[in-house]
Ligand binder design. Structure first.
Ligand SMILES: Nc1ncnc2c1ncn2[C@@H]1O[C@H](COP(=O)(O)OP(=O)(O)OP(=O)(O)O)[C@@H](O)[C@H]1O
Length: 817
C-alpha cells in the first residue's frame, strides 16, 4: 500500500510493483509467525507496551506514527484476550483508551485471517450509537491502519443515499456504522452479504443496548453469523450489558478496570458541585463563564430547547468567550461542523445535550459543567468523561437544586464518584435576569425559545424515573420562568395536579409582578404562552415600566410568532428539537370555536382567557358546512371570516364515500352492527377465517408476481446479452470494463481509509482511453487535459483530513459511487 493512503496516489511503477510483491511475501511469513506467537500468548499476562504484544508490522507502524507506545489498563487486559479470539465485555473509565482496545484486535485478527479485498467480504462491523462517535472511531482506524494494512474500511452512518452506501458496502472489509442505518442495509440491500463477518464490536455498548437501539441491535444480530467474535465496550457496566444471551456471546471474558480502582472516574478529574436553586442556575452559569473566559468548557443541559435558548440568550449578551451549541435535532453537517470547531478551539464554550456525553474525544477540555442534573450516575460519569481524558487534568462542576442534592449525592456515592461541595464567591456572582427580561421583551423569538425551554425542562424533570432526585413539586417553577426572562410560567397541561395549583397561585402570592392585571385591563402573556390564569387584583402593586410592557398584549404584532409557535409544536421548532414532547404536554391554547351556543363550552370555567373581550362583545357566526359555530370575539377572528382558506379549514375536509346498490352513501369504514357480527361466528373463528382467506389471496397474487419478476429478469438478461454481442462486435471493450472494476475498487479502498494496497496488474492492462473513475465528474477528463491536471488527481491529492469536516468530505467521497 502506498504510504499516506489517500494522498499522492499514482499509477504503480515497476519498482513499486516489485516492492508490493515482496511485501505480500513478507506478509505471508509474518502471518505464520504471528499465528504462532498469538497461540503462545498468555491472555492473562502482564503487558506494558504495544511492543510486548504479537502485532503485525503494519499495526505497529501505525501505532508508532500516532505516538501510542504504552498500553492503557483496558488495552493491556483486553487486547491479549481479543487477539486470542475471545468474546469480551470491556468496561473502563471514560478516556481510558477503549477505542484502541477493540481496533487493534480488529486489525490484527483480520490481518492474520487475511480478510482483504472484495472477495473476503465484510469481516468486521463496529457499531457506535452516534454518527459523531462513528466518525471518530473511523478516524482512529484510518490513522492506525494506514501504515501498510490493505483493508477497505468505510463509514455507514446515513446522510448519504442508500444506493451510494450500498455500492461502498459491497467493497468493505471493515464497516463503522450506526445501528439504524446498518439495519436498513441489512434488511433492504439484497446483495449485502454478511456471511463472512468474523467480528462484531459494540462501542458504548450500554447505550446501544439501551435507549431504543435495543431492537435494532437484536435485529442486526439476527443477520450475522453465530460463529463470530463479539467485543462490547462501555464506560459503565450495566445489567443490560451483562444480559447478553441474545447477542450470543460465547463465554465472554469480563474485563473491567473499575473494580480495582477506588473511583469510577479518572483520578485526574476534580469534581465539585454547587448548590444553586433552579431560578439562579443561569445567573451562576453566566458568572462562571465570566470568570473562565480562557477555558474550553462543555455545558450540559437537559434538552435541545434548553440548549438553544441558553445559547441564543448568552450569545446576545456577548460573554467574551466563543459559544457553540450541539443537540440531536441539528442537521448532520451542522453537528459535524460544530464538533470539529469545538475540537479545534482553544477557548470555547459548547452548550450541549447528552448527544455529546459519550465517547466524543474533544482534546483539552478544561471544564464540564452540568447545569441540569444528569438522569443518573452513569450519565454523570459519561458527561464528566469529556474532560480529564487519558491522564490529563480536568474539572467538573455539577449544579444541584437543593431538592436534588441528597438524592443525587447518594447515587454518585454508590458509584464511587468523589464529589465535594464548593460555593460561589459572592462578588463574582452576578444576575442576568433583568437583561434576559429585556431581551425577551425586545425579541419575541427569544421569548418563545425561553417558553419552550421552560416547558421542555419541566417535562424532562417530570419524566425522570428517579423521583428521589427529581421532585418537580419542590422546584420554584414560577421563579424559574422569571429567571429565563419570561413574563410568567407557561402553563403545562400535565401539571394539572398539585403543581398546577401551585403555579396558579403563584401570581397571587406576588412571585411575579408581571402576572398581574395591567392598568388598561390587559393581562400578561399571550394566548400561546397560556399564562397562569391570574385573578384580577383590585389594587395595583408597585410595578416597573418593564412589568407594564410585559403585560401589554398586541395580537397583530405578535401574530407571526403565534403561528410559528403552533407550527413549532407540530414540527419541533424549526426541526430543532424533540417533537414527541407535545404528545402529552402542550401549551394551553385558547378555544376559538364554540360547540353550539355562544358560550365556550369546552373551556375551563376558571380560565379567564386573557385575550377575550367582555362577553357582551361576542358574536356567534354559523358557517355553512361547519359542525360548530364560530365565536367572533376579536378582530383577528373577524378577519378569519374573510379568508376562504381558513374558513374551508373550519368546514372540515372532504370525506370519501362509497355507494351501495340502492345508491345510499356510506363511509368507507363503517362499524358493523354487533348482532350481525356475532351471527357470523365466534370472533376467534372469524379472525382465523380472515387470515386463511388473506393467505390464500396473497398466495395467488404471489404466483403472479413471481412469474412477472421472472419474465422481467429474462428480458433483462436478453437485453444484456444483446448489448454484449453488439459491444463484442465493436471490439475489446469487455476487457476494459473488467479493468475498470478492479481499478475502481483499488481507488475506492485506498481513498476510503488508506488501508489498502494498490492493485498490481494495472500495467498489463491495455493503455486505452481510460474509463471514468467512481469519483470523477463527467467533465473531469476535459478539465484535466485543459489544466494539465485531472480532477482525479485533485481528489487523490486532497490533503490528509484533519478535521471532522474533512472526514465528512472524505466519507462522502468514498461513499460516492
Ligand atoms: N495507549 C495510549 N497511549 C496514549 N494515548 C492513548 C492511548 N490509548 C488512547 N489514548 C488517547 O486517550 C484518549 C481517550 O481514548 P478513547 O477515546 O479511546 O477513550 P474511551 O475509553 O473510548 O473514552 P469514552 O468512554 O469517553 O469513549 C484519546 O485521545 C486517545 O488518543
Amino acid at each position: 500500500m502506498a504510504p499516506g493512503g489517500i494522498t499522492g496516489r499514482t499509477r504503480p511503477t515497476k519498482p513499486k510493483k516489485q516492492a508490493r510483491a515482496q511485501k505480500r511475501k513478507r506478509d505471508d511469513v509474518d502471518v505464520e509467525k504471528l499465528e504462532q506467537a498469538v497461540a503462545e500468548l498468555d491472555p492473562k499476562g502482564t503487558y506494558k507496551s504495544f511492543a510486548d504484544l504479537p502485532l503485525s508490522e503494519s499495526t505497529k507502524a501505525g501505532l508508532k506514527a500516532c505516538h501510542f507506545a504504552a498500553l492503557t489498563d483496558i488495552q493491556a487486559k483486553a487486547i491479549p484476550l481479543a487477539l486470542k479470539g475471545m468474546d469480551i465485555l470491556g468496561a473502563a473509565k471514560t478516556g481510558s483508551g477503549k477505542t484502541l482496545a477493540f481496533l487493534v484486535p480488529v486489525l490484527e485478527n483480520l490481518y492474520r485471517a487475511q480478510c482483504v479485498g472484495a472477495d473476503a467480504g465484510l469481516s468486521a462491523m463496529i457499531i457506535s450509537p452516534t454518527r459523531e462517535l462513528a466518525i471518530q472511531i473511523f478516524e482512529v482506524l484510518r490513522n492506525v491502519g494506514k501504515r501498510g494494512h490493505l483493508f477497505a474500511a468505510g463509514l455507514i452512518i446515513g446522510g448519504k443515499s442508500l444506493q451510494e452506501e450500498r455500492d461502498a458496502l459491497a467493497r468493505m472489509n471493515i464497516v463503522v456504522c450506526t445501528p439504524g442505518r446498518i439495519l436498513q442495509h441489512l434488511s433492504q440491500t439484497a446483495a449485502f452479504n454478511v456471511d463472512n463477518l468474523r467480528m462484531l464490536v459494540l462501542d458504548e455498548a450500554d447505550r446501544i443496548l439501551d435507549m431504543g437501539f435495543q431492537r435494532d441491535v437484536d435485529a442486526i444480530v439476527e443477520y450475522l453469523p453465530k460463529d463470530r467474535q463479539t467485543l462490547l465496550f462501555s464506560a459503565t457496566q450495566t445489567k443490560r450489558v451483562s444480559d447478553l444471551a441474545r447477542l450470543s456471546l460465547k463465554e465472554p471474558e469480563y474485563v473491567s478496570v473499575h473494580e480495582s480502582a477506588s473511583t469510577a472516574t479518572p483520578q485526574t478529574l476534580q469534581q465539585n458541585y454547587i448548590l444553586t436553586p433552579l431560578p439562579q442556575k443561569l445567573d451562576t452559569l453566566w458568572s462562571f463563564l465570566q470568570s473562565s473566559k480562557k477555558s474550553k468548557i462543555i455545558v450540559f443541559l437537559s434538552s435541545g430547547k434548553q440548549v438553544r435558548f441558553v445559547y441564543e440568550a448568552f450569545r446576545h449578551m456577548q460573554p467574551g468567550i466563543p459559544l457553540l451549541h450541539l443537540h440531536g435535532r441539528q442537521r448532520q453537517t451542522a453537528r459535524l461542523d460544530i464538533t470539529s470547531k469545538f475540537a479545534a478551539a482553544k477557548h470555547s464554550c459548547l452548550f450541549a445535550t447528552d448527544v455529546a456525553a459519550r465517547g466524543l474525544d474533544f482534546p483539552a477540555v478544561d471544564w464540564v459543567v452540568q447545569v441540569d442534573c444528569p438522569e443518573d450516575a452513569d450519565t454523570y460519569i459519561h458527561r464528566v468523561g469529556r474532560t480529564a481524558r487519558y491522564e490529563r487534568d480536568g474539572r467538573a462542576v455539577l449544579f444541584l437544586d437543593p431538592s436534588e442534592e441528597a438524592g443525587m449525592l447518594a447515587r454518585l456515592a454508590a458509584r464511587k464518584v468523589p464529589i465535594e461541595r464548593i460555593g460561589v464567591r459572592e462578588k463574582k456572582q452576578s444576575s442576568i435576569r433583568d437583561q434576559l427580561q429585556h431581551m425577551c421583551f425586545k425579541d419575541p423569538q427569544l421569548k418563545y425559545l425561553g417558553q419552550k425551554a421552560f416547558v421542555s425542562y419541566v417535562r424532562s424533570v417530570h419524566i425522570m424515573r428517579d423521583k428521589e432526585v427529581f421532585r418537580l413539586g419542590e422546584l420554584a417553577l414560577e421563579e424559574f420562568a422569571a429567571s429565563l426572562g419570561l413574563p410568567g410560567a407557561p402553563r403545562i397541561k400535565f401539571l394539572k395536579g398539585d403543581n398546577a395549583k401551585e403555579l396558579k397561585n403563584a401570581p397571587r402570592r406576588g412571585v411575579s409582578p408581571s402576572s398581574e392585571e395591567s392598568e388598561d385591563g390587559e393581562q400578561k402573556g399571550e394566548e400561546d404562552a397560556a399564562p397562569q390564569k391570574p385573578k384580577p387584583k383590585k389594587q395595583d402593586a408597585v410595578r416597573t415600566r418593564y412589568d407594564r410592557m410585559f403585560e401589554r398584549r398586541n395580537q397583530d404584532v405578535l401574530a407571526d410568532h403565534y403561528t410559528k409557535l403552533v407550527k413549532d409544536d407540530e414540527d419541533g421548532f424549526n426541526g430543532d428539537d424533540q417533537a414527541p414532547e407535545d404528545d402529552f404536554l402542550s401549551v394551553k391554547r385558547r378555544i376559538a370555536v364554540d360547540t353550539d351556543t355562544d358560550t365556550d363550552a369546552d373551556a375551563d370555567p376558571e380560565d379567564t382567557t386573557p385575550t377575550a373581550p367582555p362577553a357582551e362583545a361576542k358574536k356567534t357566526v354559523r358557517i355553512p358546512g361547519a359542525a360548530q359555530a364560530l365565536v367572533i370575539d376579536s378582530k383577528r377572528r373577524e378577519k378569519l371570516l374573510k379568508s376562504k382558506k381558513k374558513l374551508s379549514k373550519l368546514k372540515g375536509g372532504n370525506k370519501k364515500l362509497v355507494f351501495d346498490d340502492e345508491g345510499n352513501a356510506h363511509e368507507i369504514y363503517e362499524l358493523e352492527d354487533e348482532e350481525a357480527f356475532r351471527q357470523r361466528g365466534a370472533p376467534e373463528e372469524q379472525r382465523e377465517r380472515f387470515v386463511r382467506e388473506a393467505r390464500e389471496r396473497v398466495g395467488v397474487a404471489d404466483v403472479g408476481d413471481k412469474a412477472l419478476a421472472k419474465e422481467k429478469k429474462r428480458e433483462k438478461r436478453e437485453k444484456r446479452k444483446r448489448r454484449e454481442r453488439e459491444e463484442e462486435g465493436a471490439g475489446g471493450v469487455e476487457v476494459e470494463r473488467d479493468g475498470e472494476g478492479a481499478d475502481a475498487f483499488a481507488d475506492f479502498v485506498r481513498d476510503t481509509a488508506g488501508l489498502v494496497e494498490e492493485g498490481g496488474d494495472e500495467e498489463e492492462r491495455p493503455q486505452k482511453k481510460r474509463p471514468k473513475k467512481w469519483f470523477e465528474d463527467e467533465d473531469s477528463e476535459e478539465e484535466g487535459t485543459r489544466n494539465g491536471k485531472s480532477k482525479r488527481r485533485k481528489a487523490a491529492e486532497r490533503a490528509e483530513p484533519e478535521t471532522l469536516e474533512d472526514l465528512e468530505a472524505l466519507a462522502s467521497g468514498l461513499l460516492g459511487a
